[in-house]
Design a protein around this ligand. Sequence first.
Ligand code: WTA
Length: 640
Amino acid sequence: MKTSIPRISSMAHYHETYAQSINHPESFWHTIAQCFTWKTPYSKLLNWNFTEPHVHWFQDGTLNITENCLDRHLSTHANRIALIFEPNDPASPRRSYTYKALLQAVENMAQVFSNAGIKKGDRVCIYMGMVPELAIAVLACARMGAIHSVIFGGFSAQAVADRINDAAATFVVTQDLAYRGAKHIPLKAIVDEALVHCSSVKHVLVYQHAHSAYPFSEPRDINLNKALESIQDTTFTAVEMQAEDPLFILYTSGSTGKPKGVVHTTAGYMIWAQYTFEQVFQYREGEVHFCTADLGWITGHTYLLYGPLLAGATTVMFEGIPTHPHAGRFWEIIDTYGVNIFYTAPTAIRSLMALGTEPLQPFNLNSLRVLGTVGEPINEEAWNWYKKQVGKNKCPVVDTWWQTETGGILISNLAGIGPERASWATYPLPGVQPVLVNEHGHVLNSANETVQGNLCLQFPWPGILRTTFGNHQRCRENYFSMYANLYFTGDGAYRDTNGMYRITGRVDDVLNVSGHRLGTAELENALNHHPLVVESAVVGIPHDIKGTAIIAFVICAANNYNTTMLLTEINATLQHHIGAIAKADKIIIVPGLPKTRSGKIMRRILRKIATGDFENLGDTSTLVDSAVISQLVDAAKIFY
Ligand code: WTA
């Protein structure tokens, strides 16, 4: 028997609920956990410290998340649509799955995976486009206890290889070809290129989505369509998982080194996904939810797939891009399916805003009840446009702040309940205990003035990351070592006298480009692979649509090159190592970089130069060679 999560219904109720969650976290989360299906109940609710770090929620309980996403809904709404697939080309067949049909598809897929040799605990890398089989493959892994690692279909072969190797994945699930707007992405061929560098992979399961030929080499490759055809509607019992068994790995960029595999575990992530989905969007029974994120990112995991399915909602999965074949595609989808909750990124809003209101005209958008934004700070202009033009001033806008590492939303207003204030994510969700810390590591306690600092969390919530795959030390160093006993987010924020938060963005060396995280170290490492690049430094500067533009300063080994060709080649190197999202907006060839005596690059100076501000470079006295400044300015001037 499913019980419902107690819903916050007013601000007074929010404050009361929040206080309870802080003062009595164990009884608070115990009540919420009763709304889920467990195979064995847990005996210990929470065990934690932020020094190792070590966080265990609902330890010794056992469950399977897919029973909670699918089986548990069958007694009440087996025939409700769980998943709607909207193809890239609106003329292609649309598909939808009821809860019953989705469960059957997941069971069949799990059977195919099992026949192929996938076992509990195996890492399965899923590199696909936004087709239902991607969602089904993810859920099939969860059903059998395999750990899924979804890789965004825009990443390059090298990036795919790095992720497969880091996770020592034994299986890859991919498709022949993905459609994105007018582009066709040959995913299988990219996997083949990646696998030249990977020895752990035993089999590649290939889903044929298009009708053209693609490279296929038996016995390594398995035709997923054929394998599925041979499975008659099977019953695949959900594997019993420990609450803290890993559910998935998702790679994300940090301020140092290569992307790291953030690990989320089963019970805590599940509870956080449904709890936050229902509270933030104030989900109502039977609503249609359209999250525009790709499943390759955390937003797709939590608010396209797991959150809505756990809540029993109808989720829309869109294969294409907002401007193909016309600029009203999102709005058309909203009207076609009667979407009630629409969740997208500021970068998408800004690019659609730039096209004016004409593409909106043919659509009434009457079904919309809530709008959400995620991924980067939203500027007031974009917020106002969204509220007025898309929401017709009748839909609350929720500005949801969170990260890959947090599993789900941590700070957000609650639709129609909390105050709405452009650019302010406002209040922490129950269970979330944010603190702001100044540059000396002191917690800013003052409630009588607006304070600004680095955003940290001082208590675990169920959805917090547990480790970084294969390297717990890295997890500690990245998130838990900057300030004692605090999880450091990498973001800066203000808190006003009402206790509301405004997130200002990254304070570390991570760039947020169109809502995608890219580490400067990762970009520089990729640039340095070009044979003529001796050294490089990357900075981000404000960009109207993308939020941040990538500016690369590079020192080249020779000077008898064709500049245009070299710049194209260097950009190709970036994209080869990371993917199209890493394209630099400007590459500036320079004779030297501004370094301190300890060898640290002064990015502050580079950022000024990159924005064309050549006059106010601030204190340059700690530079080893201050002559480098005028050389840099001369090199950059041609761009401004
Ligand atoms: C940024 C995406 C301001 C932030 C869910 C964070 C935001 C990073 C917001 C995480 C928001 C996300 N307002 N900034 N509402 N949401 N961010 O891991 O800098 O891809 O650290 O997770 O996005 O990006 P990630």
